[in-house]
Design a protein around this ligand. Structure first.
Ligand code: GUN
Length: 275
């Protein structure tokens, strides 16, 4: 029987611990969140981040901007960089068409980069130096380590090479002494690669992409995907119903990685506040 990794409960316990620590603080951490445009999924994510901040005692300042020029966004970021009350700055992605993601990310002070997306912080991660680490991969690693403490020597397959998830995830697993493979849309023989993997992190954005036949017996499978099916239901990048029985442990969707991402955002905000 497989172990179901309950990210929802795990995240709840993380938030409880964070709240306990923040309750003792006289000066509360402050997170600035900027949402540009009207992407419905982003609106929900930002609302959830706002609610989570409130729950643990982090002050959130949310900037909801329907429409603006890139220079205007950069000016807001610049102000927040200079504002000594602000510990963390998050610009919700994706940005509206016409804005340059890297220009915007690089405008954020690396010391306030709560997402860990700035090249300085991605560079630190690569070098094994301390710094804010991207929330989703950080949460995934915590979930993996909740079922297996020592990952040394294990084969890990990360499916997806995004800057937000795949690349930092691979670095984190490398730091844990895994033998890491990154697969992507041009990868040849993905099923065979997957069959070798003791740990699979799926972050491709394709519903039920990872098949039962691909998965090694006793693998740990982490599903980062949040896909909406035609019937309105959410499903992950893993064919959970069929894959689960082969696993040592697996995360569900929803209530898997998603809640952990938000918990890690809170943790990163507190981390930057203390620094
Ligand atoms: N869009 C999807 N995931 C994320 C995230 O972790 N941070 C930000 N800023 N935008 C996102």
């Amino acid at each position: 029987m497989y172990q179901l990794i309950n990210g929802f409960e795990f995240a709840k316990e993380e938030r409880r611990k964070l709240k306990e620590e923040i309750d003792k603080m006289e000066k509360k951490p402050v997170l600035a969140v900027i949402l540009v445009g009207e992407n419905p999924a982003s609106q929900i994510y930002v609302r959830n981040k706002e609610k989570a901040c409130e729950e643990v005692g982090i002050k959130s300042r949310v900037y909801r901007i329907k429409e603006c020029l890139q220079v205007e966004l950069l000016a807001i970021i610049d102000q927040l960089n200079k504002d000594e009350d602000v510990d963390g700055i998050l610009v919700q992605l994706p940005l509206p068409e016409g804005m340059e993601e890297q220009t915007v990310i690089q405008a954020i002070d690396p010391n306030k980069d709560v997402d860990g997306f700035h090249p300085v912080n991605l560079g630190k991660l690569m070098l094994g130096l301390e710094g804010p680490v991207a929330c989703t991969p950080k949460g995934c690693l915590k979930l993996i380590k909740s079922v297996k403490e020592n990952l040394t020597g294990l084969n890990a397959l990360v499916i997806g090479r995004s800057n937000i998830v795949g690349k930092p995830m691979a670095q984190l697993l490398l730091k844990e002494n895994c033998t890491v493979t990154i697969a992507h849309s041009k990868t040849v023989n993905l099923p065979e690669l997957c069959k070798q993997a003791d740990i699979v992190v799926a972050a491709v954005g394709k519903p039920k992409f990872v098949q039962k036949e691909w998965v090694k017996d006793g693998a740990i499978v982490i599903d980062v995907g949040i896909n909406r099916l035609e019937d309105g239901k959410l499903c992950g990048d893993v064919d959970f119903e069929n894959v689960a029985e082969k696993c040592f442990a697996i995360t569900p969707v929803p209530k898997g990685v998603g809640p952990m991402t938000i918990a890690m955002l809170l943790e990163n905000t507190l981390y930057l506040h203390k620094k």
